[in-house]
Write a protein that binds this ligand. Structure first.
Ligand SMILES: [Zn+2]
Length: 463
């Protein structure tokens, strides 16, 4: 791999001081950052490629800590429904995809993330489960083709869900071992595998315990939706036969811990936050999606006060119609401030760290990515600061969190490879991928039995 210099930028390093370097430059050699600091004329080596980024900010690639690329074909379908009713239209659509359609669904979602500046994607895959892991493999192959870095967080269900998604603990064990063998930490650690129940009531206590044991045995992370809305606790009481709250159940079954990412955590008690603190669990917020669902929102300030490691995510395109971590950062601040009734509850600097270095820490990848420091992999993005809606950017952190959009990202680099240059994808033909994906999406929609000309009837109780 060649050398690349990025010069003239305002660099947000996300190092321990959140240092900002004006008119700085970065030297990348063989995918690794070899220099970051003030502009230089000479690097003492041959330079194969240069990115002049005067007027732009350079920051570490953003980490989308929870999404469902597998639901990208479900964008705009079943909007304005509650979670269970929404799943009733999303799941048949996934089931109607063949492997090719599923690959393009994942690829479409991956390039959307790359265009939005998300260089690492935690893909919480919901798919029919098979002995040959064909859907999981399709998802990882799509991530690989896109050039993104990724964690495939595989959903496990053993009850209360469509038959083709169910598996026993033994089946999960065999399939996950094969998947991890093939993908976990391969390609210089570009890909990882995590596991977890999709929703708490889709497994029983034994299912929680066996999933936890398997993850620990194979060194995989645990990743799961937790207390997204008040209905979670109602469903848990119904299916577990006792009034126990979501985090209490996870604590009781030994599932919590530093390698466990709990996602959404909207309907959560102070006692549950204490349990997360006690177990040092990792927390992922998707505030814009919570607002979209009308399911309340996490009181982020309380998690921060408890000293928990927090990250942000978008959740799936099928759930909120956006894959913008810029939205996640902004709404994390807005909801934290609203919850605390204080403008200081969560600042833009911390919010940027939740999208970069703190997210990398949650994944155990902070020695490799999450900040712009010598020795780390060059996962970088540039953002054009010269546009009217970002001018003047006296406080560049505030401009990025409160005023920037994902479409302001101009270049996306992963491991030193430029995946998007001046908004043009370099590895893939964007137009071809979108066209093919839409073609396959239409076929899958038809096969799912949903009438594409009558989607308004798929909504419920709309005004
Ligand atoms: Zn989700």
């Amino acid at each position: 791999m060649s050398t690349l210099v990025i010069e003239g930028a305002t660099i947000l390093s996300m190092d321990s001081q959140s240092s900002i370097i004006r008119n700085g430059s970065i030297l990348v050699n063989k995918g690794i950052i070899e220099y970051v600091g003030p502009y230089r004329d000479n690097y003492g080596c041959r330079i194969d490629d240069r990115l002049n980024v005067v007027g732009k900010a350079v920051l570490p690639g953003l980490i989308n800590s929870h999404t469902h690329l597998c639901m990208t074909f479900g964008r705009t379908i079943g909007v304005e429904r509650d979670l269970v009713a929404w799943l009733a239209v999303q799941v048949p659509l996934i089931s109607a995809m063949d492997r090719d359609a599923f690959y393009y669904c994942e690829l479409l979602g991956a390039i959307e993330n790359i265009k939005n500046g998300n260089t690492t994607i935690v893909e919480n895959i919901v798919a029919p489960l098979t002995d040959d892991n064909r859907m999981e493999n399709a998802a990882l192959e799509a991530l690989k083709a896109s050039g993104a870095r990724g964690v495939l967080a595989r959903c496990h269900q053993s009850r209360n869900f469509a038959q083709e998604y169910l598996e026993t603990a033994d089946q999960q064990d065999t399939r996950v071992r094969a998947l991890a063998e093939q993908w976990h930490r391969v390609d210089e650690g570009r890909f990882r595998v995590a596991i977890g129940p999709q929703l708490p009531w889709l497994v029983d206590e034994d299912g929680l315990k066996s999933t936890q044991a398997l993850a620990r045995q194979l060194g995989l992370g645990l990743h799961m939706h937790v207390a997204e809305n008040p209905n979670f606790n109602i469903q848990i009481a119904k299916h577990f036969g006792r009034p126990i709250r979501n985090v209490e159940l996870l604590f009781e079954t030994g599932v919590l811990g530093p390698d466990t990412q709990v996602v959404a955590v909207s309907d959560i008690s102070d006692r549950e936050i204490e349990l997360l603190e006690k177990t040092n669990s990792a927390v992922v917020f998707d505030p814009q999606t919570r607002l979209y669902w009308g399911s309340g929102f996490a009181q982020i300030n309380k998690f921060l006060d408890a000293g928990l490691l927090c990250a942000v995510a978008t959740n799936g395109a099928g759930a909120n119609c956006s894959q913008s971590i810029f939205e996640s950062m902004k709404y994390a601040c807005a909801t934290a401030k609203t919850a605390a009734q204080s403008p200081t509850a969560l600042g833009c600097r911390r919010s940027l760290r939740m999208a970069t270095i703190d997210a990398a820490k949650q994944l155990g990848m902070d020695h490799e990515i999450g900040s712009i420091e010598v020795g780390k992999r060059a996962d970088l993005i540039t953002v054009d600061l010269t546009q009217p809606h970002l001018s003047p950017a006296f406080d560049v952190e505030a401009a990025l969190v409160y005023s920037a959009s994902a479409t302001d990202v101009r270049d996306t680099i992963v491991g030193g490879e430029i995946l998007m240059r001046d908004r043009k994808l370099q590895k893939l033909n964007e137009r071809d991928v979108v066209a093919r994906a839409c073609e396959l999406a239409s076929i899958a929609l038809k096969a799912s039995g949903i009438d594409e000309h009558n989607l308004v009837n798929v909504r419920e109780r709309t005004h």
